[in-house]
Ligand binder design. Structure first.
Ligand code: C5P
Length: 222
C-alpha cells in the first residue's frame, strides 16, 4: 500500500508543531516532529559537556545515541536511550544546541534514514526544516509554514511563560533570529521553501484558521 506523506517546513516558532499535530489528529495520520529528534541529540551532547561548536565531539558521541519516538494518547514522546526527554528538550539552551548539532552533516545523515523509514509505514505528517527539500522530496503535499519573526517571538514567549520559564520577549526574539540565521545559512540542508511547496503565512491567522488552511491545502493536493 502507498502511504501519503505531508511535509511541513518552516522557521522556528511558526506554530508548525501545534498546527501539524492538530491536523494529523484530525486526519488520522502519524505526526512526526523531526525538530524533537535534533533536540534530543542536542540534549545528549549537552549532557556530556560537549560544546555545540565541537563538531568532532558531536560526531564521536553519535554511536552512543539512540533516538526513538513513542506515541501515547496521540502525543509524540521522544526517547533518548530509552529515557523520555520530551520536556527536557524544550529549554532555550537545548534549542540552541539543537540548531548547532543540526548543522553537522553526520547528524543529519544519522536521522535521514530513520525519518524516511517512518514515511514508509504509515500516512504521516512530518514537520521540520528540510522535509520537502531533502527527506521526502516526492511528498504529494508540501507546505512552507511561516510567520513574521515578531509574531513568532510573541507566540513562543507566551508559551514559555505559561510553562513558568523565566524569559523576556527581547530574549526570545533574539533567540529566534539567531536560529533563523543558523538554519538558513548552514551549508547542509538549509531551511528553504521547496519549489513545489505551498507558502502559508500565519502571521494574521489564529490557530483554528491555520489548521483550516493546512487542511484545505491537503484536500486540494490529495
Ligand atoms: O522545530 P524545532 O525548533 O524543535 O527544531 C529544533 C532545531 O532543529 C531547529 O533550530 C533546527 O536547527 C533543527 N532542525 C533541522 N531540521 C529539521 C528539524 C529541526 O535542522 N528537520
Amino acid at each position: 500500500m502507498e502511504y501519503i506523506s505531508v511535509a511541513i517546513d518552516g522557521p522556528s516558532g511558526a506554530g508548525k508543531s501545534t498546527v501539524a499535530r492538530a491536523v494529523a489528529a484530525r486526519m488520522g495520520y502519524v505526526y512526526v516532529d523531526t525538530g524533537a529528534m535534533y533536540r534530543a541529540i542536542g540534549l545528549a551532547v549537552y549532557r556530556r559537556g560537549i560544546a555545540g561548536e565541537d563538531t568532532a565531539g558531536i560526531i564521536a558521541s553519535l554511536p552512543t545515541v539512540d533516538i526513538s519516538l513513542a506515541y501515547q494518547d496521540g502525543m509524540q514522546h521522544v526517547l533518548l536511550n530509552g529515557e523520555d526527554v520530551s520536556e527536557a528538550i524544550r529549554t532555550p539552551e537545548i534549542s540552541q544546541y539543537a540548531s548547532k548539532v543540526s548543522a553537522v552533516p553526520e547528524v543529519r545523515r544519522f536521522l535521514l534514514d530513520v525519518q524516511r523509514d517512518m514515511a514508509k509505514n504509515s500516512n504521516i505528517l512530518m514537520d521540520g526544516r528540510d522535509i520537502g527539500t531533502v527527506i521526502l522530496p516526492d511528498a504529494p503535499v508540501k507546505i512552507f509554514l511561516t510567520a513574521s519573526a515578531k509574531t513568532r517571538a510573541e507566540r513562543r514567549y507566551r508559551e514559555l511563560k505559561e510553562k513558568g520559564q523565566q524569559v523576556t520577549l527581547e530574549g526570545v526574539l533574539a533567540d529566534i533570529q539567531a536560529r533563523d540565521r543558523q538554519d538558513t545559512t548552514r551549508a547542509v540542508a538549509p531551511l528553504r521553501q521547496a519549489d513545489d511547496a505551498v507558502l502559508l503565512d500565519t502571521s494574521a491567522l489564529d490557530l483554528e484558521q491555520s489548521i483550516a488552511a493546512v487542511l484545505r491545502i491537503i484536500r486540494e493536493k490529495t
